[in-house]
Design a binder for this molecule. Structure first.
Ligand code: MN
Length: 298
């Protein structure tokens, strides 16, 4: 049976003490389609001289997807890419069998930072592919019922996003200033998450703020959105059916693979360095892996 659930977000810190809201994974919902991580950072105002620094760190088994709303961040990776991401743009880094990257705000920055970073679990066929990095400056924009919709991933209302993913997914940013009402069409084979990025919105008759994630199971035809001066992120996908564990920056089917990656990072093996990286490489924290998906009864 189709159902929906309002989930409270966790507050955590990023880099040097910036507060962020973590929507995925959470206790009630580990993944939404292949989306396995969702952080909403900001809007944060910087004092002169302040900055966000995330030093070089490794990833395997996933794609990192960064949606820039306000501000700028410099991405540097072990493939040699150096890319500033600005508002309205997407950075997509496919970690595959292993990549290292650093993310830092610029010395010359606009004093504000607002972004969403999501991770996408790679399916078996692609999870050990060679790493790659893509930067998207132009995404389809749809004007609909007072909403400006940026199609980040997948297809919607006859538009297709160029962002390259490996499982059936959607992501869309909806923004409105005037009072707007829209029946957002859903694929009944997808599950969905709705996150408020700014303001608040009434969804299927219930008021949501930035403190909550709305989860919708498969089997829904649409969601009814009503908002004014608001910004909403909708993500969705076909339920991911492979076993996955998430531990720090690693996503893999088994604990053994995660432990191998941890050992490799600690001992300077396998993962390449980032040329001209800002900041020190991040140490592996002591924490337990979270099982994202398991079809085994253990
Ligand atoms: Mn990262």
């Amino acid at each position: 049976m189709a159902y929906q659930e309002k989930i409270n977000l966790r507050t955590t810190t990023l880099g040097e003490g910036f507060t962020i809201k973590r929507a995925l994974p959470n206790k009630k919902q580990r993944m939404i389609g292949a989306w396995c991580f969702l952080d909403h950072a900001g809007p944060i105002s910087f004092q002169p001289g302040q900055a966000m620094h995330v030093g070089p760190h490794p990833h395997i088994g996933l794609q990192t997807f960064t949606w820039m709303i306000q501000g700028e961040v410099l991405h540097q990776d072990s493939l040699g890419y150096e890319q500033i991401i600005s508002p309205g743009q997407v950075n997509l880094m496919t970690a595959g069998n292993g990549i290292t990257h650093a993310e830092n705000t610029l010395d010359e920055q606009s004093g504000v930072l607002h972004l969403a970073q999501l991770w996408i679990a790679l399916p078996e066929k692609q999870r050990q592919m060679p790493p790659k990095f893509e930067h998207y400056t132009h995404l389809p924009i749809i004007q609909q019922n007072g909403f400006t919709i940026t199609l980040l991933v997948g297809s919607l209302l006859k538009k297709i996003s160029p962002v390259h993913v490996y499982t059936p997914l959607i992501a869309a940013d909806l923004m409105c200033t005037e009072e707007s009402v829209f029946n957002f069409p859903l694929n009944p084979n997808f599950e969905y998450g709705v996150l408020i990025l700014a303001g608040e919105a009434t969804i299927d008759g219930e008021l949501f703020s930035k403190e909550h994630l709305l989860y919708l199971s498969t089997g829904h035809q649409h969601i009814h959105l009503q908002a004014k001066n608001a910004r909403v992120l909708i993500i969705g996908g076909e339920p991911f059916t492979e076993d996955r564990i998430i531990w720090w920056n690693f996503v893999a089917p088994t604990q053994a693979e995660i432990e191998t990656a941890v050992h490799q990072w600690k001992t300077g093996q396998h993962f390449q360095t980032v040329p001209n990286a800002q900041g020190q490489p991040l140490p592996v924290p002591e924490l337990a892996g979270i099982k994202l998906k398991s079809n085994l009864n253990h």
